[in-house]
Design a protein around this ligand. Structure first.
Ligand code: PEP
Length: 263
């Protein structure tokens, strides 16, 4: 269902009216984790000023350590909905288990399945039935074919509004958090009609890598990028090292403006 054999033309997925797909360059930005109403609104304003059309932010955080910040849960979802009302930005947020899909879908415009859950087949089926577009991140240990098969689980439930997100894979390299597999973008676009975006924040894991990796993503034809921003990264409860500041966001905006007419 997600292959180009089945559907030769590349698809456009609409999220709260915002198109993601060929001929557009979608910027999704916001905090890694929702920490408070003030922090989320400030990050959303930074995102919007830089041209982001969609707000990201995790209310449920699938952390490697059980002692790390796990997110605000439903309170975080309410904050995201309030910030959407304030800014007009549709909300992309992660869902981490099948049992909370209905709840998350009642607040979100797009459901994110994170790297750790890419092969959680029960979750894929549940988001496939939830009636909302899905952002499917590539598993950090998954091949492109496994990623596309994960998308197939969602599509099989009747939901073809799926955006693929390359966010880096695990290799022997330790100087970056993950290795951005830039070749995955044109390969996945050739095999599948689904839009493919890149998350340069989670792949590099460091602020100074976000802009160069974003440029690389756009140069290979990514349909968008997803970026972490935070009004005070030094106080962030999650992934502060990769969060962009106000000034960095201005560079993101000009890069997006310069590169999008070339796409
Ligand atoms: C995220 O985008 O908040 C996230 C946790 O990303 P990933 O699943 O790619 O690690």
């Amino acid at each position: 269902l997600v292959s180009r054999e089945h559907h030769p033309a590349r698809s456009v997925v609409r999220v709260g009216g915002v198109p993601i797909g060929p001929d557009t360059l979608s910027v999704i930005a916001g905090p890694c984790a929702v920490e408070s109403a003030e922090q989320t609104l400030a990050a959303a304003r930074m995102a919007q000023a830089a041209g982001a059309a969609l707000l990201r932010g995790g209310a449920y955080k699938p952390r490697t350590s059980p002692y790390a910040y796990q997110g605000l849960g439903e309170t975080g979802l309410r904050i995201l909905a309030d910030v959407r009302a304030e800014t007009g930005l549709p909300v992309v947020t992660e869902v981490i288990d099948p049992g909370s899909v209905e709840l998350v879908a009642s607040y979100a415009d797009m459901l994110q399945v994170g790297t750790r859950n890419m092969q959680n087949f029960a979750l894929l089926q549940a988001v496939g039935s939830a009636g909302k577009p899905v952002l499917l991140k590539r598993g950090f240990g998954a091949t492109i074919d496994e990623w596309l098969m994960a998308a197939e689980y969602i599509a099989q439930r009747g939901n073809l509004d799926i955006v693929l997100c390359e966010r880096g894979i695990r290799t022997f390299e330790t100087r970056t958090r993950n290795t951005l597999d830039i070749s995955a973008v044109p390969v996945a676009q050739r095999l599948s009609h689904l839009p493919v975006i890149v998350d340069p924040s989670h792949s590099g894991g460091r602020r100074e890598l976000v802009l160069p990796l974003m440029r690389a993503a756009l140069a290979v034809g990514a349909d968008g990028v997803m970026i972490d921003v935070h009004p005070a990264p030094e106080t962030a409860r999650c992934d502060g090292d990769q969060a962009l500041l106000e000034a960095d966001m201005r560079e993101i905006a000009s890069t997006a403006t310069i590169l999008s007419p070339l796409m």
